[in-house]
Design a binder for this molecule. Sequence first.
Ligand code: GDD
Ligand code: MN
Length: 366
Amino acid sequence: MSGDPPLALAVVVPTFNEAGNVATLIARLDVVLAGIAWEAIIVDDASPDGTAAVARRLALTDRRVRVIERIGRRGLSSACIEGMLSTAAPYVAVIDGDLQHDESLLPRMLGRLKEGGVDLVVGTRFAEGGGTGEWDRDRLAKSRFAAGLSTIVLKAELSDPMSGFFMIEAEALRALAPRLSGIGFKILLDIMTAAPQPLRVAELGYVFRERTEGESKLDHVVALEYLIALYEKLFGRIVPVRFALFASVGAAGILVHFAVLTAMFEGLTIAFAASQAVATMVAMTFNFWLNNLFTYRDRRLRGARALLRGWISFCLVCGLGALANIGVAAFLFEYRNMLWGVSALAGVLVGAVWNFALSSRFTWGR
Ligand code: GDD
Ligand code: MN
């Protein structure tokens, strides 16, 4: 047993390429959290700029700093969740590592939670005392749009549902953890929608600062992940999001198939069988590439060898899937007297599930 006062607060800091910011953040936490027994948990996804090493250097002499370095994984939400679950502190906060959030809010957030009556305190840019700094009209409009979409799944009024700056009781978070999706950027939405009853939220305004070091990771992929997370909340239990993505990619592949077939057979008057064979290979390759990019973005195959192996196994799986498809459709049509359209559809569905199940096991399995 040490004589230190028990830990009161864990501040989780997700980072990706924030090497130039972490030391400043810790120095600021040291100032604003004076008198509170805190620890900071930096959750870094193996940033190429060496953020984790910088953080470990800090941790070497400051026992309040801890580092989780994740290898081969990316994701803001899941990083926050892992950080929050890794502490013994009774209260946990999440704050960006790029100094855009106002850390001086933390003591007030803690005070508000300790007062009781609320489950969650959120730093907001859209309430009294809040602001977005130098944002242009375009960024404001995008933020509003995303916030508007979120009201579909949200069970409570929140002025800034996109905020990544909040504090919650660790036990409450632990209770919700098994229900969190961990997808994408919007950890707060994830928490809010995972709760069986609406969470009681208090909001504290702060002004979103300009980033001075490094750059934002919010891009189109992040926007897509946001949509995926919303989908997961709405229909995830009915049709898993991965299968929905896989099926959408498959549908896009059919379009590619017909485009190639038309160009070769109609346009270049190449023999039908040859055209069909080429179209099939092109569509399969296209599907492999898209699935690798989106459907299995968290297990993405990289490097020539891995890609070649993956592509071959994907083609084999899909080839067998096509046989399963034809077998089922023919059986239903010939022996069960089903309508040809229904038989074909059943075949396609069986083929899709087959392709999905086997490729997730063999092509993108670990
Ligand atoms: N571990 C980890 N993994 N951290 C990440 C990742 C990731 O894949 N992507 C981003 N981060 C870290 C960044 O290093 C930063 O500390 C924080 O998450 C926020 O990322 P930014 O790239 O700075 O995003 P932003 O400034 O555009 O987004 C901010 O505003 C959003 C609302 O518009 C953040 O506050 C978001 O949390 C917030 O939702
Ligand atoms: Mn930022």
